[in-house]
Design a protein around this ligand. Structure first.
Ligand SMILES: NC(=O)c1ccc[n+]([C@@H]2O[C@H](COP(=O)([O-])OP(=O)(O)OC[C@H]3O[C@@H](n4cnc5c(N)ncnc54)[C@H](O)[C@@H]3O)[C@@H](O)[C@H]2O)c1
Length: 338
């Protein structure tokens, strides 16, 4: 297939492109490099079936041009939960970008569009595990963290609206907490990136709130397997899927685990960051997916457990930091390599 990926230089986009190229697909990748890195696509940038286009997903001329001849668009370009800025980029990039992508897809007769949604759309619904038909329970507009979930709910509605009006096949993927190589090294990339960096720097691991909130973390190769299954299988068409791992862990235990993998001989340094630091904030207390639908329709089953995934991620982060000239100590898991 000829596949257009937006957000190709980001975490999921770069890993997904590599997976699709390995399966013989052709990839045109768009990114404006606002949160992504050329280093992430370095490994395959010269692949004969890969083309990189630097541009903004809201630019309809660019999208119209690069969607030509594509069979599928996988739309990943987005901004995430605004913690240290206002909500406008998240709201406008995600909503306008998705509209531009869908218009270009319709104009170019692309058969199918898959959009990246998020586990955050389940919001404050306390009834875990979440299945695709669970209610989406979102908080007040004064709490800007909800701008992300709302933008993704809009993306979901939009892609199914285009399906109904224009007949294009639509898939909405609700990803649960991805981590692994090519993750952004700040909070943008999630807790793994910042916790690993803190432990490498011998600085305290910062936990938001009391650290007792739980998440289910998904190693990137499992996310990629789920996305590729949705891309290749018609059973995925016009469906919403949870793509994630069902194992639940508190953020505090995640921090302790990462510290012990990097500095087994020292007591973990943890510090609590009050939610007020982010202005008005509400956290999600528990987040676990029900993945029966993806398993039944697509054969999706996560394969990488948290310990194995964290080992690979720590090794990658050590290498990335060194490539960026950042001082980084040796870690025991590095020494235990053959
Ligand atoms: N990583 C996860 O676990 C996770 C969880 C839930 C949802 N998602 C969603 O999956 C998608 C990919 O996430 P990710 O973790 O790879 O994020 P990421 O930030 O690493 O990648 C997104 C990419 O989009 C690019 N981008 C942003 N705005 C753009 C614009 N206006 N024009 C062109 N490119 C632009 C960025 O430069 C970046 O390379 C996003 O839509 C995200 O909301 C990810």
């Amino acid at each position: 297939m000829e596949i257009l990926i937006t957000g190709v230089a980001g975490f999921i986009g770069s890993n997904l492109s590599k997976g699709l190229l390995e399966r013989g697909h052709s990839v045109v990748g768009l990114d404006n490099l606002s949160q992504g890195f050329l280093l992430n696509i370095e490994e395959f940038k010269d692949h004969p079936k890969f083309q990189f286009v630097e541009g903004d997903v809201r630019d309809d001329r660019v999208l119209d041009e690069i969607a030509t001849g594509c069979d599928l668009v996988i739309h990943l370009a987005a901004f995430k939960i605004p913690r240290y800025s206002d909500a406008l980029d998240t709201l406008l990039i995600n909503s306008m970008g998705t509209k531009v992508v869908l218009d270009a897809a319709v104009k170019n007769k692309v058969a199918k569009v898959m959009i990246a949604s998020t586990s955050d759309v389940y919001g404050k619904n306390p009834a875990v595990p979440f299945s695709e038909d669970s209610d989406l329970v979102i908080g007040r507009p004064e709490v800007k963290r909800w701008s992300y979930a709302i933008s993704k709910m809009f993306e979901e509605q939009l892609v199914f609206g285009y399906h109904e009006r224009h007949g294009i096949h639509a898939v909405a993927l609700r990803f649960f907490g991805g981590y692994g190589p090519n993750q952004h090294l700040t909070w943008w990339g999630g807790p793994q990136s910042v916790f690993i960096s803190a432990a490498l720097d011998d600085e305290p691991i910062t936990l938001h709130g009391d650290g007792m909130q739980t998440r289910s973390f998904t190693y990137i190769s499992d996310h990629v397997d789920g996305i590729i299954a949705c891309a290749e299988k018609d059973d995925a068409n016009n469906q919403v899927f949870n793509i994630g791992n069902t194992n639940e862990i508190t953020i505090r235990d995640l921090g302790m685990k990462i510290w012990k993998m990097i500095r087994p001989d020292s007591k973990p340094k943890l510090s609590l960051i009050p939610y007020e630091t982010f202005g008005k904030y509400e956290d999600v207390q528990r987040r676990i997916p029900n993945i029966e639908k993806a398993h039944t329709l697509l054969g999706f089953k996560p394969k990488v457990d948290l310990d194995a995934g964290l080992r690979k991620t720590i090794l990658w982060q050590v290498q990335r930091r060194r490539a960026l000239g950042m001082e980084t100590p040796d870690v025991p898991i590095e020494r235990s390599l053959p």
